[in-house]
Design a protein around this ligand. Structure first.
Ligand SMILES: *Cc1c(COP(=O)(O)O)cnc(C)c1O
Length: 364
């Protein structure tokens, strides 16, 4: 080891040294079905109109630190209750970080189902916080309330994250179980509705009934992943404090203008979302009809499936060789053994994926 490596190891916290960075494959030349992006480009007239709006941007000036106009658009379009306050983040990833930075220390524990979105654990680790993963039922990926009751008692989590629908399993957890956790939680409960556009289910209207509930949303999966914008809705008493952790100009000027514009084009995104939901149904049926594949129903814009008779790593790399990128979850956790996750693309992309998969599964 060089002396620089030694210096790095001596200086940085062990939790950081032990982490693996979040890596994304280079998508150049691939059919990209690994990151839950909306596959549709904007109509040309919409692009022209957007570029016209961007001319107002003054890159020499700081953006509005409160992003007041954008917040007003979000409130109007996404039915945020009037009593709730909003906090904007550079993606919801940043909001997870803000929440956890605000509670870190004093032995605060973070809890979430397992498997779920990896950033809860990853960000907790960077802050040296204890993370408790509460295993889902392995058959249907529902919340296991026996284990949850025990975990709530034993760990008294300061923050619980519930992705609704869950990533990477795609299901909406049973409402009664969600409510029981919400009622039994000693700290904050963050319901992460990243896939709300595809789910037709939300806890937004329950904000008023539960003062320790926060709703987290992102525009990424809707079709604006490049903008990096998420928001948190909740009681002003929480949001005021969390806002102190937020860096002052976290939503840049281009994102503010672009998101305001895009959210005013609701019909375009609603049509795309409907198309994605129709294609999701077709893709699920097609996957379920393949021999050696177990595909799980989804309320999000992706489908989780298990490959039963072939080594899943080989299937994943054969797909890549065929020009198709999807996510391999096999290594992550026991419940996801032999599992892959495919994002719903355009119908052409889905066909390419299905054809390639069929060929791989039938070749010997
Ligand atoms: C994709 C995803 C996010 C991250 O969204 P960004 O706003 O792009 O940071 C958050 N939560 C879940 C469950 C996700 O799947």
């Amino acid at each position: 080891m060089s002396t620089l490596d030694e210096k790095v190891r001596a200086l940085l916290r062990p939790q950081i040294l032990a982490l693996t960075a979040y890596r994304v494959a280079d998508p150049t030349g691939y059919v990209k079905l690994d990151a839950m992006e909306n596959p549709y480009d904007w109509p040309k007239e919409m692009v022209d109109e957007w570029l016209e709006k961007l001319k107002q941007a003054k890159p020499n000036r700081y953006p509005d630190p409160q992003a007041a106009r954008l917040k007003a658009v979000i409130r109007a379009r996404h039915r945020v209750p009037a009593e709730a306050s909003l906090l904007l983040g550079n993606g919801s990833d940043e909001l997870i970080q803000i929440i956890l930075m605000a509670v870190a220390g004093q032995g605060a524990v973070v809890a979430a189902p397992e498997p779920t979105f990896v950033m809860y654990r990853q960000i907790a680790a960077t802050l040296g916080m204890q993370f408790v993963g509460v295993p889902l039922h392995s058959k249907d990926f529902e919340l296991d309330m026996t284990v949850w009751r025990d975990a709530l008692q034993r760990h008294r989590p300061a923050v619980i994250f519930l992705a609704y629908p869950n990533n990477p399993t795609g299901n909406l957890f049973q409402l009664e179980a969600m409510l029981e956790i919400l009622e039994g939680a000693p700290g904050l409960v963050v319901v992460d509705e990243a896939y709300a556009p595809f789910a037709e289910a939300t806890f937004m209207e329950r904000l008023a009934e539960h003062e320790h509930l926060l709703i987290m949303r992102t525009v990424s999966k809707l079709g604006l992943a490049g903008l990096r914008l998420g928001y948190l809705a909740g009681a002003p008493a929480w949001i005021e404090q969390l806002d102190k952790v937020r860096l002052p100009y976290n939503i840049n000027i281009l994102t503010q203008i672009s998101a305001e514009f895009a959210l005013s084009k609701q019909a375009v995104f609603e049509a795309q979302t409907r198309q994605i939901c129709r294609d999701r149904a077709l893709l699920l049926t097609a996957l379920q009809s393949l021999k050696g594949v177990q595909a799980f129903p989804s309320r999000a814009n992706f489908i989780l499936f298990r490959v039963k008779n072939q080594p899943v790593d080989a299937v994943h790399s054969a797909l890549k060789k065929a020009g198709i990128l999807i996510k391999n979850l096999h290594a992550t956790e026991g419940a996801l053994s032999n599992c892959l996750r495919v994002t719903v693309g355009t119908s052409d992309e889905n066909q390419k994926f299905l054809l390639a998969l069929k060929e791989i599964l039938t070749a010997d």
